[in-house]
Design a protein around this ligand. Structure first.
Ligand code: NI
Length: 137
């Protein structure tokens, strides 16, 4: 079994808040990320797939194919968008790093598992210091 990763970048904005809470309570829980008018991040996404190497090509999978799937299923829908307002698959979900990571897994799992490999991990880096990983469990 071998694991291979494709990294991509995107920019998006979000606001973390719970509607029923006061602005003070949201500020207390979410800090700067509760800023009423939102704010942006430069995200990096790492998509790791696993499987066996093809003895003819030496590839597990041509990463151009993975890149195209990330482009079509994810980046097309979120790059330069607002997670709270523009992204269908995040509707009603607080756009934390954790939740975005899990929803990206849900979008990519089907298309990737139809190929000659399996989705292993989605890692989403929101800032230099913070990232989340999801393994589908
Ligand atoms: Ni933020």
């Amino acid at each position: 079994m071998i694991y291979i990763t494709r990294k991509e970048h995107f920019c998006a904005s979000h606001k973390l808040y719970v509607q029923e809470w006061s602005e003070e309570k949201n500020r207390e829980i979410f800090g700067k990320c509760s800023n009423p008018n939102g704010h942006g991040h430069n995200y990096s996404i790492y998509v790791t797939v696993k499987g066996e190497v093809d003895s003819k090509t030496g590839f597990l999978i041509n990463l151009k194919i993975i890149s195209k799937l990330i482009q079509d299923y994810i980046l097309e829908k979120i790059d330069h968008k607002d997670f709270n307002l523009d992204v269908e698959f995040m509707k009603g979900i607080i756009p934390t790093t954790e939740n975005i990571t899990r929803e990206i897994w849900r979008k990519l799992e089907g298309p990737i598992n139809e190929l000659s490999c399996q989705l292993h991990c989605i890692k989403l880096q929101e800032t230099e210091k913070n990232y989340a990983e999801y393994y589908g469990e």
